[in-house]
Design a protein around this ligand. Structure first.
Ligand SMILES: Cc1cc2nc3c(=O)[nH]c(=O)nc-3n(C[C@H](O)[C@H](O)[C@H](O)COP(=O)(O)OP(=O)(O)OC[C@H]3O[C@@H](n4cnc5c(N)ncnc54)[C@H](O)[C@@H]3O)c2cc1C
Ligand SMILES: NC(=O)c1ccc[n+]([C@@H]2O[C@H](COP(=O)([O-])OP(=O)(O)OC[C@H]3O[C@@H](n4cnc5c(N)ncnc54)[C@H](O)[C@@H]3O)[C@@H](O)[C@H]2O)c1
Length: 471
C-alpha cells in the first residue's frame, strides 16, 4: 500500500503535540490534525488559566494576612478585569510554544479541521484521505455534566467557560470537591467571592487523607464552606441557582461551577464504525498505548487512565519513540507524580499509603517529617504540612507531601523510585506539570537532543518506517 504519511496524529493538545513533534524530529512525515485551538485543554482552558488565577488569588491572600514577619501589606483591591487580563496574557505568552507555525517548522503538516478515522490506516480530513502505517488518537476529554434533574434549565460554568467570566461571581457554588473544585474554590474565595463546595464524603479522594486535611483546614479558615453530599437536583436562574443535595440540603449561589470529572472524547470521529474497543470512560489501550486495532494508538485524556498534562506528554513521547524505533515502549506508572496547586500544595508520587497497604499489607511502613522541623520553612514562617514516605522495607513505594511548593519536592523521589538517575533518564522523567522542577528536564533534554534526533537515529527511523510500509 502506498501511504501519504509515516504517522497521522489527531488532536494538538499535550499528547498529540508531543507525539507529532517527536515523530517529526525523527525525520518522519507526520500529519497533525486539530479541529479547535492549538494547545488543547491545558493551554486554553485547563492548567494555564487555572494556575494563572491561582497566582492572582495568592497575591490577594498575602495582602489580606495580618501583620506577618514584621510586615503589614495594604488590604488587597481585586480588579476582575485585571485578573481576567492576567489569565489571558498567560495563555497568549505560552501559545507560540504550541502553535501551528512551530510544529510546521519542526516538519509536521498541520491540518486545522475535524478528522474522521475511516480504517486502521486511513483518516479523512478536509476532503482528503490521508494514509499511514500508524495513527495516533489524542482527542482529549471534556467536562462530565451529570444528568441530574434541572440541569438543562440552569446556566452553569465548567472549565470551558469559567475563564471567560468578565465579572466576579458573588457566590460560586461548586459541584465537586476534586482537583478543579479545590483549586478554583480557594482561588475564587481569596479573590473575594463567597464559595461553597458540595462533595459526597472526602474531598480530593485520590490523595492521602492526612495531607488533604491540612488543605481543608486552611480553606475552611479562609472562609470556604464545605457541604457533604451529592448534588441531586438544581433549580433557579442566572444569578440565583440552587443545588439540592441527596442529604436534603439546599445551597443557593449566584453561579454554579460543575467539576465532577471528565468524559473521554471518543465518539463522532469514526471509532464506533471501526469497532475500536472502549472501556468505562475512554479508549481501551495496552501498556504500549495500542488500541484493539493495533495500528492505532490512543494517548492522553481520551483513553482509560490518569488524566494529566505530564502523563499526556509522557505517552506522546513514548509512542513517538515506539513508532520511530519499531521497539515496544511500555508506560511505567511506578513514579507517577501529581500535584494539586492549592495553598498549601498537595503533591503525590507513586503509591498512597492506602494503595500500598492494600497491595502489601503489613509489609508497609510510613515515616513522617513535619515542616515545623525544617529550618527553611521555619525561617519563612510557612510551617504547615508534612512529608509522608511510604516504604516497603527501605524501598520507597510512594510519598505524599503537603506544604508550600510541595510539587517542587517530588523530583528526587522520582529517581529513588525508578532507580534511574542518569542525565538521559532525567530527560525522560515524568515530572508534575506545571512546576519549576521541569526546567532541569528541559536543560538535560537540550543536551541530549542533538544525539537523540541526530542524523543516524533519523536514518534508522526512516528505515523502520520504510520496512513497515512494505508490509
Ligand atoms: C481546569 C483544569 C486544570 C488542569 N490543571 C492541570 C494541571 O495543573 N496539571 C496537569 O498535569 N493537568 C491539569 N489538567 C489536565 C490537563 O489539562 C489534561 O490532562 C491535558 O490537557 C490533556 O491533554 P490531551 O492532549 O490528552 O487532550 P486535549 O488537550 O483535550 O487535546 C485534545 C485535542 O484534540 C482535538 N480534537 C478532538 N477531536 C478531534 C477530531 N476529531 N479532529 C481533530 N481534532 C480533534 C481537540 O480540539 C483538542 O484540542 C487540568 C484540567 C483542567 C480542566
Ligand atoms: N493540578 C492538576 O493536576 C489538575 C487540576 C485540575 C484538573 N486536573 C485534571 O482534571 C480532572 C477533572 O477534575 P475534576 O475536579 O472535575 O474531577 P475529579 O475526578 O478530580 O473530582 C470530581 C469530584 O466530584 C465529586 N462528585 C461526583 N459527582 C458529584 C455530584 N453529583 N455532586 C457533587 N460532587 C460530585 C466526586 O466525589 C469527586 O470528588 C482531574 O481528574 C485531573 O486529572 C488536574
Amino acid at each position: 500500500m502506498k501511504y501519504t504519511h509515516d504517522a497521522i496524529v489527531i488532536g494538538a493538545g499535550a499528547a498529540g503535540l508531543t507525539a507529532a513533534g517527536g515523530c517529526a524530529l525523527f525525520g518522519l512525515k507526520v500529519a497533525l490534525i486539530e479541529k479547535g485551538a492549538m494547545g488543547g485543554e491545558c493551554l486554553n482552558n485547563g492548567c494555564v488559566p487555572s494556575k494563572a488565577i491561582i497566582a492572582s488569588a495568592r497575591r490577594a491572600a498575602e495582602a489580606r494576612e495580618e501583620k506577618r514577619l514584621g510586615v503589614q501589606l495594604a488590604a488587597p483591591q481585586v480588579e476582575w478585569a485585571g485578573v481576567h487580563k492576567h489569565i489571558h496574557d498567560a495563555i497568549a505568552t505560552i501559545a507560540p510554544h504550541d502553535s501551528q507555525e512551530r510544529f510546521e517548522e519542526m516538519g509536521c503538516e498541520v491540518i486545522r479541521a475535524h478528522a474522521k478515522v475511516t480504517g486502521g490506516h486511513s483518516v479523512e480530513v478536509a476532503g482528503r484521505t490521508l494514509t499511514a502505517p500508524r495513527i495516533v488518537i489524542a482527542t482529549g476529554s471534556q467536562p462530565f455534566v451529570p444528568p441530574i434533574e434541572g440541569i438543562d434549565s440552569v446556566p452553569f460554568l465548567t472549565n470551558e467557560n469559567l475563564f471567560e467570566l468578565t465579572q466576579q461571581p458573588a457566590h460560586l457554588v461548586i459541584m465537586g470537591g476534586g482537583v478543579i473544585g479545590m483549586e478554583m474554590g480557594q482561588s475564587f474565595r481569596r479573590l473575594g467571592s463567597e464559595v461553597t463546595i458540595i462533595n459526597p464524603g472526602r474531598v480530593m479522594g485520590r490523595d492521602d487523607a492526612d495531607s488533604v486535611a491540612v488543605v481543608v483546614d486552611r480553606m475552611t479558615r479562609e472562609g470556604v464552606r464545605f457541604v457533604d453530599g451529592k448534588a441531586a437536583r438544581v433549580a433557579g436562574e442566572a444569578g440565583a441557582i440552587t443545588v439540592h443535595t441527596d442529604k436534603g440540603e439546599a445551597v443557593t449561589g449566584s453561579h454554579l461551577l460543575i467539576a465532577v470529572g471528565r468524559k473521554a472524547r471518543v465518539s463522532g470521529f469514526g471509532l464506533e464504525d471501526l469497532g475500536v474497543e472502549l472501556g468505562r470512560n475512554g479508549i481501551k489501550v495496552d501498556a504500549r498505548r495500542r488500541t484493539s486495532v493495533k495500528s492505532i494508538y490512543a494517548i492522553g485524556d481520551c483513553r482509560e487512565g490518569p488524566r494529566l498534562t505530564h502523563v499526556s506528554g509522557y505517552e506522546g513521547s513514548n509512542v513517538a519513540l515506539e513508532i520511530a524505533s519499531g521497539l515496544p515502549t511500555k508506560v511505567d506508572w511506578r513514579a507517577l507524580p501529581w500535584c494539586t496547586y492549592t495553598d498549601p500544595e498537595v503533591a503525590q508520587i507513586g503509591m498512597t499509603e492506602e494503595q500500598a497497604r492494600e497491595q502489601h499489607g503489613d509489609a508497609v511502613s510510613v515515616v513522617r517529617e513535619n515542616f515545623d522541623h525544617n529550618d527553611r520553612a521555619v525561617s519563612e514562617g510557612e510551617v504547615a504540612g508534612h512529608l509522608k514516605l511510604v516504604l516497603k522495607g527501605k524501598k520507597v513505594l510512594g510519598a505524599s507531601i503537603v506544604g508550600h511548593n510541595a510539587g517542587e519536592l517530588l523530583l528526587p523521589l522520582t529517581q529513588v523510585i525508578t532507580g534511574k538517575a542518569s542525565t538521559f533518564a532525567l530527560g525522560g522523567a515524568v515530572i508534575s506539570y506545571p512546576t519549576r522542577s521541569e526546567i532541569t528536564k528541559a536543560a538535560v533534554f537540550k543536551a541530549w537532543e542533538p544525539t537523540v534526533f541526530g542524523a543516524w537515529p533519523k536514518k534508522y527511523a526512516r528505515f523502520v518506517s520504510a520496512l513497515r510500509k512494505m508490509r
